[in-house]
Structures are given as structure tokens and as C-alpha cells.
Design a protein around this ligand. Structure first.
Ligand code: DLZ
Length: 164
């Protein structure tokens, strides 16, 4: 049975891809910015730890998560090794939450289908601010770290002979 509320992302920092020759663009939403800034700063720290040069990390700001789609599309055109889309959508009292979550998920999926530059989905979709805090540097870790590691892995995606 799947476990609930358990950290499921394990990684060995010694086996992280070397990011020395990679370029990454982060597209960060201004909505719920205490959350998104905490995600982006964890992502940046992780990339730097993996050897990515500071000048090879570019940050784009967009007003809300809905704009992550357009922002990421623009970022892809600069041909980085990967784009990380960072947002925090928190449920309000209307169906807006569902529409934004769906649009952003499908929009980013479409960008991955259409372009060779991967876009990593670092968008928290939470029922309340406490859940968002718990996943952006709280008791469930920081999803920005996971997104950065995913970006590094996608940047050097090659077939894995060990799985044969
Ligand atoms: C309008 C809106 C609302 C209600 N909630 C959020 C949210 O929780 N997180 C988020 O990133 N953005 C939200 N937005 C803004 C939309 O993403 C978008 O910026 C506007 O609808 C303008 O296109």
C-alpha cells in the first residue's frame, strides 16, 4: 500500500550529475511568493552544489502560475538544458484552483511534448498554506531540491545500461 505523507524522494548527493556544463532557467511565479521563493532558492542552491555555474542559472519572474506556461515557453527558446517552472497554487473558495491546476499541468506537459528542452514541474497544488509550507522547506522537505535534481537528471538523459 502506498504510504501517505512520507518523503518519497531519495537521492545520493555523490551520484548527482555534474552540472558544470549545463544551463538552467527557472521560471518563478509571484503568487504565494514566500513559498515560490523558498522553492527557487533551494533549487538554486542544489544546482550550485552540483557544479552549475552561477552565470548559467537564469531566473524569469511571472505574475502567477498560469503564466508559467508562457514564461517556460519563452525560456525554452534560449535553449537551456532544462527549465524549472516554480509555482504555488493554494485552494480558495471557488473552482479557480482546479482550473489553474489543470491548465498549468497540461500546459507544461504540452511544452515537454513539443520541445526538446525539458520543463520540470515544480508547482505545489495545496489545499492550504500549511501544506505548502511543509513542502517548501518544512517537514516534508523542499520540492525545489527535487526539481533541481530532476532537472540535472533530465539534462543528461541517456539510456541506462544497468537496467538490462
Ligand atoms: C488568480 C489566482 C488565484 C486565485 N490563485 C492563485 C494561486 O493560488 N497561485 C498562483 O500561482 N496563481 C493564482 N492566481 C493567479 C493566476 O495564476 C494568474 O496569474 C491570473 O489568473 C492571471 O492570468
Amino acid at each position: 500500500m502506498a504510504s501517505v505523507n512520507k518523503k518519497s524522494f531519495e537521492y545520493d548527493p555523490h551520484t548527482l550529475p555534474n552540472g558544470e556544463n549545463f544551463k538552467f532557467h527557472l521560471v518563478v511565479s509571484e503568487w504565494n511568493k514566500t513559498i515560490t521563493y523558498s522553492l527557487s532558492s533551494a533549487a538554486i542552491k542544489t544546482l550550485l552544489k552540483a557544479g552549475v555555474k552561477e552565470e548559467n542559472i537564469l531566473i524569469w519572474s511571472v505574475p502567477g502560475s498560469f503564466e508559467l506556461i508562457y514564461g517556460s515557453k519563452k525560456a525554452q527558446k534560449n535553449n537551456p538544458n532544462a527549465v524549472i517552472a516554480i509555482g504555488s497554487i493554494i485552494q480558495g473558495q471557488t473552482k479557480h484552483f482546479e482550473y489553474i491546476c489543470q491548465a498549468v499541468t497540461h500546459g507544461i506537459k504540452d511544452l515537454n511534448v513539443k520541445s526538446d528542452v525539458p520543463v520540470i514541474f515544480c508547482v505545489l497544488t495545496d489545499y492550504n498554506i500549511d501544506q505548502a509550507k511543509a513542502r517548501s522547506g518544512g517537514k516534508y522537505g523542499n520540492k525545489g531540491v527535487e526539481a533541481a535534481i530532476t532537472a540535472l537528471k533530465m539534462a543528461e538523459l541517456v539510456p541506462n545500461p544497468k537496467l538490462k
